[in-house]
Design a binder for this molecule. Structure first.
Ligand code: ATP
Length: 388
């Protein structure tokens, strides 16, 4: 690796460029440190300003954080120290400074230069699932959060947009209290359990109601799509508001490759409402990838099964949508009513990773495995190759 690969030029160039073999080896070690928000080496982002050795083989590193008081500064500090431990025999001192406004603009330009304004437009290869339900309280947000974390746990790069703007609950479900970091016009999504998350709840005080109409909701969703630095994302999940409102239409416009996942409880009345939500896909031309039944039959310690919300609703929605949409809409699983899922959710610890063997956690993991094996969204799309 030569120096040019190690650091950028212009205003993001280091104040002290590496000159000696010892400095070069320290820079190569620092190239292994990945910025937790941007997910690129801190060296190529222009975050390393100087690496200077003293006579006792101690080293002083100056790091430019993207903003003063960056919420990730402790992580970066520790990662830098760990990376340098093998190359510095003496003391390691890490000085944290912050980028100038000019440097932040240059960083934003570098990051966005080759990216389309909407990274999830028609050409995007990201697999996008919009999670819908006919009515509220069926566990749509709980399932969306768990699916996202489960997919990230399998090594996929996952984004999650909480578009349930009036009833946002994703930050709480994932224990997120951090606000997004802003680098000039770019918003860095907080990361929890490996998932990049964006929610209107992160910009509001707790308990503050959102009284927005359609155009403002559309604008908020648009900003989440275009102004947030998502980087490369394999799977994006959208937690839609319950019902068939404006946001579902906005989602279809902004995320044209999105496929729907429909959540229902086992009750037949709920299933009819959920099927209507699924049929919305005919207006928005979004395929329905599957149905997930939640709050299904629950097995008691003595082996008896209790059907608090009845049974069969998920199967009924799957059959109804398969029939009406004339496409296979499978039932992806039935998640039982499970107190573990409820308490995990309340504590901001998703069962899919914290209670993987619980009744709900194990079904969630099976659904995650099915979704993870689904191919990226190329079906029915024109590829830029011409037949010979
Ligand atoms: N399988 C389950 N077992 C036990 N509790 C569950 C289960 N699924 C969800 N819950 C609980 O049900 C409540 C409602 O869940 P959640 O907020 O995810 O629903 P929702 O459909 O997203 O609601 P809304 O769209 O109205 O915000 C929460 O307290 C959640 O912990």
């Amino acid at each position: 690796m030569n120096s040019i690969d190690l650091y950028p030029s212009g205003v993001l160039a280091p104040d002290v460029a590496p000159a000696t073999p010892q400095q070069h080896s320290a820079w190569r070690a620092l190239a292994q440190v990945i910025d937790p928000e941007i997910r690129q080496p801190i060296t190529t982002l222009g975050m390393v300003s100087a690496v200077e050795f003293d006579g006792d083989d101690g080293v002083t590193v100056t790091i430019r954080l993207t903003i003063a008081g960056c919420p990730m500064q402790d992580t970066i500090h520790t990662d830098v120290q760990n990376a340098l431990a093998p190359v510095a025999e003496g003391q390691i001192a890490v000085h944290l400074t912050s980028m100038t406004a000019e440097q932040r603009v240059a960083l934003q330009d570098n990051l966005t230069a080759s990216r389309p304004k909407n990274p999830f437009g028609k050409e995007s290869l990201t697999k996008i699932y919009a999670v819908a339900s006919g009515k509220g309280g069926v566990g749509k947000s709980t399932i969306t959060a768990n699916l996202a974390v489960g997919l990230a746990d399998r090594g996929l790069s996952v984004g999650l947009i909480d578009a349930d703007i009036h009833g946002f609950s994703i930050p709480g479900l994932l224990g997120i209290t951090a606000k997004p970091t802003k680098v000039e016009d770019m918003i860095m999504p907080p990361i929890a359990y490996g998932v990049k998350v964006m929610s209107i709840g992160m910009f509001l005080d707790a308990d503050q109601p959102v009284a927005w109409r359609g155009p403002m909701l559309h604008r908020a969703l648009e900003q989440f799509v275009t102004d947030v630095y998502w980087g490369d994302v394999d799977v994006l999940l959208i937690d839609l508001p319950p019902g068939t409102g404006d946001i579902a239409i906005s989602t279809a416009q902004l995320l044209p490759n999105a496929e729907l996942l429909v959540i229902t409880t086992p009750e037949h009345t709920a299933a009819q409402v959920a099927a209507r939500a699924g049929q919305l896909s005919t207006q928005t031309s979004q395929p329905v990838s599957g149905v997930i039944e939640n709050m299904g039959p629950m097995q008691m310690p003595d082996g008896t099964v209790i059907e608090v919300f009845g049974s069969g609703g998920g199967q009924a929605v799957s059959e109804r949508l398969t029939d009406v949409l004339d496409q296979d809409v499978p039932l992806l699983g039935s998640i039982p009513l499970d107190p573990v899922l409820r308490t995990d959710s309340e504590h901001g610890t998703p069962s899919v990773v914290t209670s993987p063997t619980s009744a709900a956690g194990s079904v969630l993991r099976e659904i995650v495995a099915t979704l993870a094996s689904a191919r990226r969204g190329l079906a029915g799309r024109k590829l830029p190759v011409s037949p010979k």
